[in-house]
Design a protein around this ligand. Structure first.
Ligand SMILES: C[S@@+](CC[C@H](N)C(=O)[O-])C[C@H]1O[C@@H](n2cnc3c(N)ncnc32)[C@H](O)[C@@H]1O
Length: 349
């Protein structure tokens, strides 16, 4: 037998399907321990052989209980998508009827302001009944907006008020509004002034999908905030600021409202060698997809899954022929080294 213990022979390769769910790093570690490495897809033939190999073990894979994470992820994704659809509908109605009965039904207006008050108290004084401004649940984030009673899903928490500029002001309280999708046609709604904003300025940025419960609806040059879940009492309202602002707050996670490309809940993690740039990286391999779309780039889904990322089954391999080594020689980035070796070889010969 050419394959090591625990490995199965599949044509010229030796594979081992691991049904335990692991992160990319955890998987690499286990493959190392068994004397192999993460299976590397570097030829069409190998992809086909690996597909056949996994298909033979299909029942085990389908029976493994670790799919719940992918299912959660897809559900969260669809929920976020549904919220976008709902927001679009809300906006259409708003554009036609403004705040009429239909858009006002689930709309929470600012608290009414007294006639005389300190101008800088405006923002806080607009806080409606059922909400309170107090220290955020996020360490170091300052103040936050909290519920004191239940808020049903789809409740519009009001309009994000601020000064409208054409120039960039204090970006930490600004929404950028693109009018008709053109960069030149944009403005900012800047809530940095306490005298010219309302309580929604205190809504902080969610760090993950579990705590995210508010969606900005950008509509008709304005921004509304809408609850995307039934929110219980004494819960902080948190929304996703967008990738740029998220990043500047140290939240580098990808918010998959943009593009969650998962199509399956049967992924197996392997590596893939890109034939164009010879880069090799982790991919999600869907061995049961018959339409040929079985390789999926793996993005950072930790916005959903927490820091370890998706826990997936994976395939280890060890090959009597180290194809990775061969590719290293073929990689143009290594040719300089190869040249040195070649010169040395010629000279010594
Ligand atoms: C629109 S304000 C939110 C209200 C702010 N916390 C306050 O006390 O006025 C945005 C600012 O809140 C803070 N913040 C919001 N989300 C945060 C997060 N996830 N982590 C750290 N700071 C955050 C940052 O200082 C950010 O510039």
């Amino acid at each position: 037998e050419k394959c090591k213990v625990g490995y199965d022979s599949a044509e010229e390769w030796c594979f081992m399907l691991q049904l335990q769910g692991k992160s990319a790093l955890g998987a690499a570690e286990i493959c190392n321990k068994t004397g192999g490495r993460i299976a590397l897809l570097d030829s069409y033939k190998k992809i086909e052989i690996l597909r056949t190999y996994i298909n033979e073990k299909k029942e085990f894979l389908l029976a493994s209980s670790i799919k719940t994470q992918e299912q959660d992820l897809m559900m969260s994704f669809h929920r976020i998508r549904d919220m976008s659809d709902y927001a679009d509908r809300y906006c259409k109605t708003y554009k036609r009827f403004k705040l009429s009965w239909s858009t006002r039904k689930l709309y929470i207006p600012n608290s009414e302001l007294p006639i005389h008050f300190d101008a800088n108290e405006r923002a806080n004084r607009t806080t409606p009944a059922g909400f309170i401004i107090k220290t955020s649940s996020i360490p170091g984030a300052g103040l936050g907006a909290w519920t004191t009673s239940k808020v049903p899903m789809f409740t519009v928490l009001g309009e994000y008020e601020g000064e409208e500029h054409k120039h960039e002001g204090d970006m930490s309280y600004s929404w950028i509004i693109f009018e008709d999708d053109e960069e030149e046609h944009m403005h900012f709604i800047d809530a940095s002034s306490l005298a010219k904003s309302n309580w929604l300025r205190y809504v902080n940025c969610a760090r993950n999908v579990h705590e995210e419960n508010v969606k900005p609806i950008i509509c008709d040059g304005l921004v509304f905030y809408m609850a995307t879940k039934d929110v219980g009492p004494n819960t902080e309202l948190l929304t996703w600021y967008g990738e740029n602002d998220g990043r500047s707050l140290g939240i580098t996670r990808r918010h998959p409202a943009r593009d969650l490309e998962l199509r399956s809940t049967n992924y197996v993690r392997v590596k893939y060698k890109n034939p164009y740039n010879l880069d090799n990286h982790f991919v999600l391999f869907d061995p049961f997809n018959k339409k040929g779309r079985h390789i999926q780039r793996e993005y950072d889904y930790s916005y959903y899954t927490g820091t370890a990322g998706l826990l997936l089954p994976f395939v280890c391999e060890h090959s009597p022929v180290d194809t990775d080594q061969i590719y290293r020689w073929l990689d143009p980035r290594n040719w300089q080294t190869f040249g040195l070796f070649y010169n040395f070889y010629l000279k010594s010969w």
